[in-house]
Design a binder for this molecule. Sequence first.
Ligand SMILES: NC(=O)C1=CN([C@@H]2O[C@H](COP(=O)(O)OP(=O)(O)OC[C@H]3O[C@@H](n4cnc5c(N)ncnc54)[C@H](OP(=O)(O)O)[C@@H]3O)[C@@H](O)[C@H]2O)C=CC1
Ligand SMILES: O=C(O)C1=N[C@H](C(=O)O)C[C@H](O)C1
Length: 269
Amino acid sequence: MSASRIAIVGAGGRMGRVLIEAVQETPDLELAVATERSGSGLVGTDAGTMAGVGPLGVTLEPELEAAVGRFDTVIDFTRPEGSLAHLEVCRRYGRAMVLGTTGFDASQKAAIEQAAREIPVVFAPNMSVGVNLCLKLLDTAARILGDEVDVEIVEAHHRHKVDAPSGTALRMGEVVASALGRDLKECAVYGREGVTGERDRRSIGFETIRAGDIVGEHTVMFAGSGERVEISHKASSRMTFARGAVRAARWLQGRPAGLYDMQDVLGLR
Ligand SMILES: NC(=O)C1=CN([C@@H]2O[C@H](COP(=O)(O)OP(=O)(O)OC[C@H]3O[C@@H](n4cnc5c(N)ncnc54)[C@H](OP(=O)(O)O)[C@@H]3O)[C@@H](O)[C@H]2O)C=CC1
Ligand SMILES: O=C(O)C1=N[C@H](C(=O)O)C[C@H](O)C1
């Protein structure tokens, strides 16, 4: 099989730069296209030089659609509005997509589901193997501990992150809620302040920390009477997410249209 041609959008971002390195170290993937928003001072520079891996002969360009003949799969870690525009290009021209952006609202998620009826999409708020293992452990823990414990989810990220709680924390909440037969929309409590009253046993609490250069940390606490179980994941490098995204791009080769996530890619379903 020939190398799959990858387009990285938002290539100058924190994840974009690491993704360039991750694609570069993967033999059966080829970095074919890299984009940045028009007006960015990075447009016109070499993507490899920008990412610190040496010149690759791939120049940062401002328009994904103009490059559509040169890539098979888009890897997108940008912002919801940008991701939906890139998704529409993929849908129109039949390209695959690995979508790692977080912070989508319900109607934006519906648009992703709709597009995935026509093209293959891996959509996951966290592409690390460790977090996806934690999702399995959380399902087991919630089923065993049941309604006897209070569930609290604490996440910490760098000061530049714009969405809260993190996409990963929300997915962890969904997994626990589903295992406990609850609807997260009805039982989620986001932060507490003032006279809150006693805790409702069926609520799932979220606490957010934004500080410094923390890459990404998540802890789910199952606190009962006399004991507490905590399942934690700490990312110390963005390369863990980038390697997951690259794995997803390879896995997508030849897949039919559909909405997949990292549980599918890692065979954890
Ligand atoms: N699924 C996973 O495993 C992970 C997901 N993420 C998610 O990935 C996303 C990006 O994170 P990060 O790299 O830290 O963010 P950055 O802000 O560092 O990078 C975002 C990139 O996207 C570009 N961008 C922003 N808005 C648009 C738009 N409307 N159209 C096109 N391009 C746009 C930015 O360009 P400009 O500089 O011009 O604004 C920048 O190049 C976040 O949603 C984050 O939560 C992060 C890590 C892991
Ligand atoms: O913005 C980030 O940095 C991260 N975002 C993802 C999320 O919102 O869950 C994943 C990771 O924790 C890093």
